[in-house]
Write a protein that binds this ligand. Structure first.
Ligand SMILES: [Zn+2]
Length: 117
């Protein structure tokens, strides 16, 4: 990789983190429209610079309306226990986008995973 390209990627990464931080701040202040725009800009920069969105942020916005997801504010989390595993349902409170996934791990392992984040 060329030096200049590497530098561009570093700048892009920094901007993405900055934009996501700003988006979360705006969400907390209920400025949802601006928050969505920040996420959209961050995604556009990532696409242009061919930089991956950090995992921390990758799962933290709504895939449909781009609002940063904050539990209790823009995100509702429901856990349904089903025998061996649990089903978790994420629902965006702004557009109604839902995402379901299964958790098959034991409670102990689950706790360990959440601590590692
Ligand atoms: Zn949404």
């Amino acid at each position: 990789m060329k030096r200049k390209e590497l530098l561009m990627k570093n700048i892009a990464r920094e901007r993405i983190v900055l934009l996501f931080n700003m988006a979360f701040e705006k969400t907390r202040k209920h400025d949802f429209e601006l928050a969505k725009r920040y996420v959209e800009i961050a995604l556009r920069i990532a696409g242009k610079a061919k930089v991956k969105i950090p995992l921390k942020y990758k799962r933290s916005y709504c895939r449909k309306c781009f609002i940063p997801l904050i539990p209790g504010l823009t995100l509702r989390v429901r856990v349904h226990s089903e025998g061996k595993g649990s089903r978790v349902v994420y629902r965006c409170l702004l557009c109604g986008w839902t995402r379901r996934f299964m958790i098959k791990t034991s409670r102990r392992k689950l706790r360990k995973e959440s601590l590692e984040k």
